[in-house]
Structure formats: C-alpha cells, structure tokens
Design a binder for this molecule. Structure first.
Ligand SMILES: C[S@@+](CC[C@H](N)C(=O)[O-])C[C@H]1O[C@@H](n2cnc3c(N)ncnc32)[C@H](O)[C@@H]1O
Length: 280
C-alpha cells in the first residue's frame, strides 16, 4: 500500500480513537492485579508497546465502533477485533446436539445440569462463546495484555445484544491473568467440572496460510511454549482436563484417557483418577 494512503488511514484511525470511550465499564472484567486496565485511554493506548520488537508497529484503531488492532507494516485495512455478537448469532442458527458435538462431549457438558468450565487460554473468546451457547458457565483466563484489551472491548461491544449481554453478565467471568499466577483463584470456591486448554501451537510442518487476522493474532501471542506447565496446573484443579489439538498434531501430554475427533480438531481428555478408600 502507498505510504501516503497508509498515513491518511492512520490519521482517520487516530481520530476515531480519540473520540472512543474505551474506559467505559464493561461487565464481568476483572483487571490484572497490579495494573488497572481501566486507566488505559488515548493517548496511552496508542503508545502501548504491543510487540517486543519495536520494528513491528501494531496500532489500535476503531472500526465499526470496535477497538481494532492493525499491523501498520502490512495491509492496514485488515485489523482484528473480537465480534462476539457475530459468533453468537452464528451459533444461534445452528442446531447443535450436545450428545453429538465432540467439544461438548469432551468437556462433559450435558443439557440437564449447568457445568462450570475454566477456559485457561481464552484468546479471542470464540470457544468460550460456544461453551456459553452450550449452556455452560465459563471462567476465562488470558495472560496477554493486548489480547485482554480486545477481550474487554468485545465485552463492551456485546452489550448491544440484550440476550448475549445477559448471558455474559450471568455466566462469564473473565480474568486477565495467567491462572497459575493468579491471586483471584480463591474467588471461585467451586472446583470446575472441567478445565479447557487450547495453547498456541507451532507445528513442525507448514500448514496452509491462515487468514490475515489470524496472522496478527499469532504474531502478538507467539507460541505458548509453557503449555505443559499449564496442563500440570489444570490437572491439580480438576478431575477432567481437555486439550485441543489439530487433528493430526502430537499430544501435549502422552496417553489421553479419551479422544474426541472433529473435522479438523481433536480433543484429548485427561481424567484424574481419584483413589477411593474401600472403607469410605
Ligand atoms: C490458541 S489461543 C486460544 C484460542 C481460544 N481457544 C479461542 O477460542 O480464541 C491461546 C491463547 O491462550 C493464551 N495463553 C496461553 N498460555 C496461557 C496461560 N498460561 N495463562 C493465560 N493465558 C494463556 C495465549 O495468550 C493465547 O491468547
């Protein structure tokens, strides 16, 4: 793209951002312990260091009323934001059967009771929105600050849809932290029915080029090289841990107890065997 066009686009993004009330309260958002994300507003948002490498200028702008992240080095027209209303409406017209869906089966979600699922790798919130659609309660964790800002804006933007907003208020708790370092865990007295992990995976073989938006997301987050530690944390907190993998990817941890396969995805289920004392 021509530099002058980029600069024009950048100017208009910055103007939109100036008028944008980012600090408006979003429901169900717990700030990180030591940084109050509510305090970030323009021009702090603009100055925020998003990538560790200074030559990769990612910038926030506003697109159709949503906070959007753009890669200034590439095509500035394609940014990412998390449009949960779109996701929610997509699921609404699908006729899912909990008995048939590998994702629901892996997590043990059934129609007759409300399950509480901890989603330790919240990311775009796409999987969490599906879990909410399945009727589960979700406690979501995300450690990446930039991703957490986009999540916070997704929560704000979802207020426009009354049904979704009610579900989010009643059934989603979001924590912008790594759960293994969280001081917020004691807030949840209940142990979750299952814990879900979907770490960023860097396959050894090349896959088809993902969409531009996904490229931005992958670049910001980077590979989650510590996901085995996250698994170890998870198995301490629940008797059922589910790890998402692409269909033919290697296991995160060997010997899952059950495997559920979808078209392109696999859910590896690990069950913690609780020793039962004969006299109990
Ligand atoms: C592949 S993405 C998850 C995608 C997600 N399932 C979705 O529906 O969009 C992995 C995400 O987990 C986050 N993550 C990885 N390890 C984490 C940890 N220990 N604590 C919190 N978040 C973590 C990453 O920052 C990234 O946003």
């Amino acid at each position: 793209m021509e530099t002058w066009i980029k600069h024009l686009l950048l100017q208009s993004l910055m103007q939109n951002l100036q008028n944008f009330n980012y600090s408006q309260n979003a429901p169900a958002f717990l700030p990180r312990n030591n940084e109050d994300d509510n305090q970030i507003n323009f021009p702090d948002l603009y100055k925020l260091k998003i990538c560790s490498s200074p030559e990769t200028p990612y910038i926030f702008g506003v697109h159709k009323g949503m906070l959007t992240l753009y890669d200034f080095n590439n095509d500035i027209r394609n940014g990412i934001n998390f449009d949960w209303i779109k996701q929610w409406n997509y699921h609404r017209i699908k006729n899912y059967s909990l008995k048939k869906e590998p994702f629901a089966k892996a997590l043990g979600i059934k129609g007759n009771k409300i399950s509480t699922i901890w989603d330790l790798t919240f990311g775009t919130g796409k999987d969490a929105i599906l879990l909410l659609h399945f009727g589960a309660r979700v406690v979501g964790f995300e450690r990446n600050k930039t991703v957490s800002i986009l999540i916070k804006d997704a929560l704000r933007a979802s207020q426009k849809d009354d049904v979704l907003n009610k579900v989010l208020n009643e059934k989603l708790t979001f924590i912008a932290e790594d759960p293994s370092r969280s001081h917020n865990l004691e807030v949840f007295n209940n142990t979750p029915h299952a814990i879900y992990i979907d770490p960023m995976y860097s396959p050894k073989t090349k896959t088809a080029k993902s969409r531009k938006e996904m490229e931005i997301f992958k670049h910001i987050v980077g590979p989650d090289n510590d996901s085995v530690e996250l698994f170890n944390f998870a198995i301490k907190h629940s008797s059922r841990v589910v790890v998402k993998r692409s269909l033919h990817a290697e296991e995160l941890v060997r010997n899952p107890d059950i495997i559920y396969k979808g078209k392109s995805t696999r859910y590896d289920v690990y069950l913690k065997k609780i020793k039962v004392n004969k006299h109990d």
